[in-house]
Structure formats: structure tokens, C-alpha cells
Design a protein around this ligand. Sequence first.
Ligand code: NI
Length: 195
Amino acid sequence: MSQVPIWFERKFEFSFPVDLLPNLCARLRGTPARLEEVLRGRPREVVIAKAQEKWSAQEHAGHLLDLEPLWLARVEDYAVPSVQLTVADLTNRKTHEANHNDRALSNILAEFRKCRDSLLQRVKEMDARFFAQPIPHPRLKAPMRLADHLYFVAEHDDHHLARIWNWLAALSNHSPRKVLTCNSHKIHWEHLVRT
Ligand code: NI
């Protein structure tokens, strides 16, 4: 399976058609369901399995939850309006320190669904004139309209969903012997034998 591109190396063209906003909101509203579909019903050992320092599937889900306050803060930036969008922590410290693997997956999924509902509710309440007003993104330096910000969030959702799919596929495709010898996917097979 092909590699998921590195997020920080992604180039964006911010030209999202504002009249396609309802479609974009439908995509954002669907992320909790897609996340639940890929993770629910899998053995806990699989969901929390890590390859070296890489995140487990559950940690990717926790990361999506961790970023919801940032996405909401950036939506609020349009209402102020701010001179620059709220800065992200590029080290993802919140996710690295959250110990998402120690949590119940159902709590992470429920919280993510709740936060995403709140985000979309806030967008629904926004005055239409905010959707076309650009504010510079702190890392990309590019001016982004609210529509572009929401497109960016949807792309970030898909990035982590793709990472989860690829990792879970790698786990299920590897025989125990291969798992133990494959450097890029080194995990402890004894935690996976019940899958
Ligand atoms: Ni991310």
C-alpha cells in the first residue's frame, strides 16, 4: 500500500468554492462515523498497538480529538477578526503527553463526536460574510478564508484516517514471523495473537 504523505510537507491551494460549503460540512460531520467504523469491534491489543515511536490507531484518534479546540479557536478568529489564525503546537505535545492508549476508546470516540458537533454548530451560527474573509495561516503564511480553514480540517481528518487504515492493514497482513522481523512495523506479536 502506498505511503500517506507527510502532513507538514503538504502543499495547499486555498481556492475552495464557498458555494460547496454544505458538502464540506457533510464531510466534516461524517468524520466521527468513519473513525468509529474503522476502530470499533477491533481487539484492544490491535487498536493500541504501536510501531516503534509511531502512534497507535487509538492515539491517532486521540490526536483528532486533541485538535478540535484549535479548529474551534480558528473559527472564532474569523468572528474577531484576528490578524493571524491561532498558532498550532507543531510538536503535537498534547497528543504525546495524553497517554491516549490508557483511555477507553469509547470515551475518545464519544468526545470527538461531541466536539465535532460543537464545531459545526458554531460554523452554522457564523455570519455568511466571514466565509470569504481571509486571515493568514501562521505556518503556511497563506491567507485562508473560513471555507479554506474547514477544507484544511477535512484534509487533516483524512490524513489521520489514512494513517489508521494503513497501519491496521499492515498489522492484519503480516504473519507473526513477518511482524517480528519487519523493522518498519516492529510490534510485539504476543499482544496480537488473539486477532
Ligand atoms: Ni495531525
